[in-house]
Design a protein around this ligand. Sequence first.
Ligand code: KG4
Length: 493
Amino acid sequence: MTIRLAEKKDIKSIVELGKKDMIGFSFNEDDFASYIQETNSHLVLVAEEKTILGFISIRFSVDEGEIDAIVVTSSRQHKGIGSQLLTSAIESLVQKNIIHLLLEVRRNNMFAFRFYKKHGFTTTNIRQNYYGAGEDAFCMKKEIIKQEREKVRRKNEIILAVESSCDESALAIIKNGKEIIANTVNTQIAEHQKYGGVYPELASRLHLQNMPKLLNYLLSLKDFDFTTITHVAFTQGPGLPGALQIGSVVAKTIASYLDVPLIGVNHLAGHIYAGELVKPYLYPALALVASGGNSEIVLLKESMSFKIIGQTLDDAIGEALDKVARLLGLPYPGGKAIDDLVNGKEYPLLNLPKVNVDGYNFSYSGIKSHIARLVEKEKEKGELSEKFILSVAYSVQKIFVDQMLDKLFLAAKDLKIKNIILGGGVSANSYLRKELTARGKASRYNLFIPPLELTTDNAAMIGLVASKKIAINRMCKFDAPTSANLDLEIEGE
Ligand code: KG4
């Protein structure tokens, strides 16, 4: 048995079925042709091979739908076909934001009356002589309640995700928590380069300019209907306060316009889960988050459970790389500039001080200050030589990354965890990816490394985490504030 939208070729059989099995059936072929052509009506049938067993016809406008007929062939009645038709119709109506469903039923048709009652319809009125002399109608109504709408939404989940925590404006459409329908990013790097780093006020202004362009792109997609969005997600923090605000307003406006639930997502949870858009994670796992604003080792005992077991005591790795790069006269973002300059080659390793930090924590500011002094001294001799720049870039990248990986594998060994996740902007670093892969393979770890395109800030990862939050009922209110220092550990609670 299949349930499908009726087509032109079905009309004749539908009318015959109606005439045969519905008392007082008064529709003709033209009426049903209009159901198929017009956008404010719905004609769905159940068929077994070429035989039509039943159909439902509904018209709707704004938030109200009216069932004109549900007909099931007499030999197949009382077998759940009517319920299937009604349930499938309600699913499509929810997607069209219909809330009130109305119908009339003959007063003496107790079977139909009970059927609708079972499906949550209540009698609102009795219309006397509605079907002719002595033939009264019960007017019945059903409110498609919030929980029911949410249930349908989850079955056909389509999340619009908004990311604006730093210098990338991004929107994505994620279907059923795994399929990326669209993932569009507008990076502001070129504009911030003039200032040698992210200029927060400029970031907010650029998000404001970029978001409508990205939205227009989504609206122009051929095979995607914007009104089918079932949830809207946004990055709630951590990030730049003004930048977060823009994304939050965009998300809240669209969610309230579409009348769909809203989900606030922690940006770091997004980075942690970016790799899952490629392959499902295994637990327990350790995640290494290496980005411009954060450097953390996170224990995930299970999905969406985050415990920070180690972190930088001062600068984040990306921030420290950016600062060293600036000292060397390299462009923003410095981490990438260092990676490009070193280009996988080896250069003389500087003799930098050893860093000793307790537990699974790490620290970058000491080495960074040491390098600042080295650069000062070198500058006293004249312009920095290429040899010096290459040696500093190579050394800092290696020492910073090695420090993180040493702590990561120490924690993995201590806690006997075999699954390792990488995430964050710095996870694009080629030395980090190569070294993690080599160490991981040597000791038979399962590695989850995001593809390069998902290492930078993007909204697909935000949509994926939102999907996990929907599954555990973690939607947020429309007045949910953004937070520059949002705590990762409360994300899955
Ligand atoms: O995750 P992200 O886009 O922003 C935050 O959420 O913080 O990370 C940006 C950081 C910058 O510090 C940038 O220098 C660094 O990621 N980065 C890199 C590479 N690409 C970006 N660091 C090292 N190697 C790269 N290839």
